[in-house]
Design a protein around this ligand. Structure first.
Ligand SMILES: Nc1ncnc2c1ncn2[C@@H]1O[C@H](COP(=O)(O)OP(=O)(O)OP(=O)(O)O)[C@@H](O)[C@H]1O
Length: 268
């Protein structure tokens, strides 16, 4: 069986008379951890919409988990994709444990007349422990910090045993300690669930987990560079992607970006 998790070929996407994605090809294999980087408006969310089987391309093909979009039932496909969205639209004050359980039903709220099995309850608790939230298991959503919510949503996504995990700016709004805790959770996942592929969307190099294996840099709906992270994320490619001089450092598995005044880069 192929281990290709995602395969985009010559994807073009038009909306409202504009071409937003101009012929993107991208392939992700099982166990790879991709960073999707680019400035505001580059098309990252649009691209993530293909990965999560939410959006069809205008032309080109998208194969998710070996299934071609347009030829499969999307609901079924989405069951194998874990989507962590920090703007989780929860309306009721569910507990952490309940929110994690909605990973099984694929809903935001708990469906009426649905009862989890004992095994599902146990697995939810194991995942809550995995993301370091056991002491907050029964805390209600409105009482959680942003960082605790992020970690709960990762546990929620993992409960459905996804083959592809999508993380849409998961560290948005986190202070530096909460960000590091969340990155530690993601780094651990690479070891506890080595076959799961992931895509993490961010604007910030500092938010890349050390276990990131690949990167795709996107600007104006086009790929600037894509491939193994160490070769792809460089001062030159990041400068081109963000259209601004940015010096990139890589140290102990972590990345740092320093924006320079336009004249400095050339004289450095
Ligand atoms: N439904 C739509 N109709 C028309 N234009 C759209 C639509 N959705 C997004 N766009 C435009 O497409 C471009 C890409 O948007 P997208 O949200 O994918 O970028 P992004 O890289 O995720 O940006 P950000 O980092 O700001 O979230 C933007 O210029 C946006 O204004």
């Amino acid at each position: 069986m192929s281990s290709t998790v995602l395969d985009l070929t010559d994807v073009v996407f038009r909306r409202g008379g504009n071409e937003l994605i101009h012929g993107v090809s991208w392939r992700i294999e099982a166990g790879e951890h991709w960073a999707l980087l680019g400035p505001n408006g580059a098309g990252k969310s649009t691209l993530l919409g293909f990965c999560s089987a939410q959006v069809h391309p205008t032309s080109g093909t998208v194969d998710v988990l070996g299934k071609r979009l347009g030829r499969v039932e999307l609901q079924e496909l989405r069951r194998h994709i874990g989507h962590v969205n920090p703007r989780h639209p929860l309306q009721t004050a569910l507990t952490v444990h309940q929110v994690v359980l909605t990973g099984i039903t694929g809903t935001v709220e708990l469906p009426m007349r649905w009862t989890p099995t004992d095994a599902q309850v146990r697995t939810a608790d194991e995942l809550i422990d995995e993301v370091g939230l056991t002491h907050r298991r029964d805390a209600r959503w409105p009482h959680l910090s942003q960082g605790e919510r992020g970690r709960a949503l990762i546990a929620r996504a993992l409960l459905a045993q996804p083959e592809l995990l999508l993380l849409d700016e998961p560290t948005t709004g986190l202070d530096v300690a909460a960000r590091e805790q969340l990155l530690t959770v993601l780094d651990r996942l690479a070891h506890t669930a080595p076959e799961v592929a992931s895509v993490l969307v961010t604007h910030h190099l500092e938010e890349l987990p050390t276990t990131t294996t690949h990167a795709l840099l996107l600007a104006h709906g086009q790929v600037v560079a894509a491939g193994p992270v160490a070769e792809t994320v460089t001062t030159e490619t990041i400068t081109r992607t963000f259209d601004h001089p940015i010096e990139v450092d890589h140290d102990n598995g972590r990345w740092r970006a320093r924006a320079l005044p336009p004249a400095r880069l050339h004289s450095a």
